[in-house]
Design a binder for this molecule. Structure first.
Ligand SMILES: Cc1cc2nc3c(=O)[nH]c(=O)nc-3n(C[C@H](O)[C@H](O)[C@H](O)COP(=O)(O)OP(=O)(O)OC[C@H]3O[C@@H](n4cnc5c(N)ncnc54)[C@H](O)[C@@H]3O)c2cc1C
Length: 388
């Protein structure tokens, strides 16, 4: 049986390990975390609707359900030419036939970034947002600034959706507690039209939501620096804040940047439509680690990471003669599909070459996202088949 090693145990890596097992490979997954962190439902941690445990699935349980091996270890280097990966505990590893890289991405570093907390960071960081918010609520008032940054070299790595979700959720949480009027909420972003990839209509709708929720918006000004109590913008104007929730745009993973594999200026791996790393027959890259080629509104998303994972398993199986058929590509599946939660409802954001829409879904949107979280866990634990 051919051996495949999957590096990274996030949304892409876990799905790849499951799909590769289904194709009949011997699979080992290496992850520095012992759980799969389900980012899309972690947006409810700051308001206490979900606990950190609720949004994590132990990788061992996924592995036991699907029959692959898990090793908790940190990958420290990869070589394409010498075909090895190296980990902190075990050193150089060469005993595999295929390598699937699913290490995710890191974030650009802004001056004073240590004064901010991101909704897209480690589980620890999102718990810290919850604690800081609770402190402010106990104090009785406060100023909260929410924002996300851009990366002109990799626009697909900009992650705005979850920032909007956490901001709308916190607005509604404060409203429920009857203290919203004691809080000043400001949204900031360096691009003139944040969220523009969802289309003009969506932008208008978002503007309306900002107005209705009394959220101040400052956009189109580059971020100069963060201090413990403010955001300083390029024109030296200042946003005062007791809590700064900021998500920088994505940057390439250091292990990839230091490797001999083909990568973009930002450090994302260059791949073929089949997810094979360009020029390397037996190495594939999926999810946020890979450079996504396509329309200018494209975005790195969990559902695309899973499409890439399944396409990779299918394509390796064809290469190995385990099945016949055409190789599958990821590009035809590029779209933006996201149920943007607001805490009391949601909106379905969808973008393809033909359509751009944001459909309001009061109440039901929130329940649908919750239901997706339940489905995702059950599927990953092998308790129900994949539905979507
Ligand atoms: C808050 C939030 C909400 C989101 N909401 C949505 C949504 O509603 N819909 C949607 O489609 N997408 C959403 N996304 C995007 C989606 O979560 C990502 O695109 C997806 O997680 C990418 O999967 P990945 O496996 O490539 O990366 P990750 O999920 O980041 O996984 C990378 C994995 O690699 C591991 N790793 C990293 N470095 C090492 C190392 N050196 N050695 C070993 N292991 C390592 C990490 O521990 C992690 O387990 C959201 C993202 C965030 C942050």
């Amino acid at each position: 049986m051919k051996k495949v090693v999957v590096l990274g145990g996030g949304i892409a890596g876990a799905e790849a390990a499951i799909a590769l097992r289904k194709e009949g490979f011997q699979v080992k997954l290496v992850s520095d975390r012992d759980s799969l962190f389900v980012y899309p439902i972690s947006i409810w941690i700051p308001t206490g609707e979900k606990s950190p445990e609720d949004v994590q699935i132990p990788l061992k349980n996924i592995a036991d359900a699907h029959g692959f091996e898990v090793e908790i270890d940190k990958v420290v280097s990869i070589s394409g030419k010498e075909f090895y990966y190296e980990t902190e505990k075990k050193g150089k590893q060469t005993d595999f036939d295929y390598m699937v890289i699913a290490l995710g991405q890191t974030k650009l570093k802004h001056k004073g970034i240590e004064n901010t907390l991101s909704v897209c960071g480690s589980p620890k960081e999102i718990i810290e947002i919850k604690n800081r918010l609770e402190n402010l609520i106990n104090q009785g008032s406060g100023k909260i600034a929410f924002g996300f940054g851009g990366n002109p070299k990799a626009p697909e790595a900009v992650r705005g959706g979850p920032v909007f979700e956490v901001m709308f959720n916190i607005h509604n949480h404060l409203k429920k507690l009857g203290v919203r009027d004691k809080f000043e909420i400001t949204f900031f972003a360096p691009m003139p039209k944040p969220g523009a990839r969802l289309g003009e209509k969506a932008l208008k709708m978002m503007d309306m939501m900002f107005k209705n929720m009394n959220i101040k918006k400052i956009t189109g000004k580059k971020i100069k620096e963060f201090t413990p109590s403010s955001v300083i913008l390029e024109d030296d104007s200042i946003i005062e804040a007791d809590l700064i929730v900021f998500t920088p745009a994505g940057d390439g993973h250091p292990v990839i940047k230091n490797s001999d594999l083909p990568q973009t200026e930002t450090g994302f791996l260059k791949i073929e439509d089949t997810c094979q790393v360009k020029g390397f027959e037996n190495i594939y890259a999926i999810g946020d680690s890979a450079s996504i080629e396509g329309p200018d509104w494209r975005a790195k998303q969990g559902h695309l990471a899973e499409v890439m994972a399944r396409a990779t398993a299918h394509n390796i199986a064809i290469k190995e003669g385990l099945k016949t058929g055409k190789p599958e590509g990821y590009k035809e599946h590029i779209n933006i599909m996201c149920l943007m939660d607001t805490g009391n409802g949601g909106a379905l954001a969808y973008r393809s070459d033909k359509k751009a829409m944001l459909v309001p879904m009061p109440i039901v949107g929130h329940l649908m996202k919750k239901a997706w979280g339940v489905y995702y866990k059950l599927y990953k634990l092998g308790k129900i088949p994949r539905l979507i």
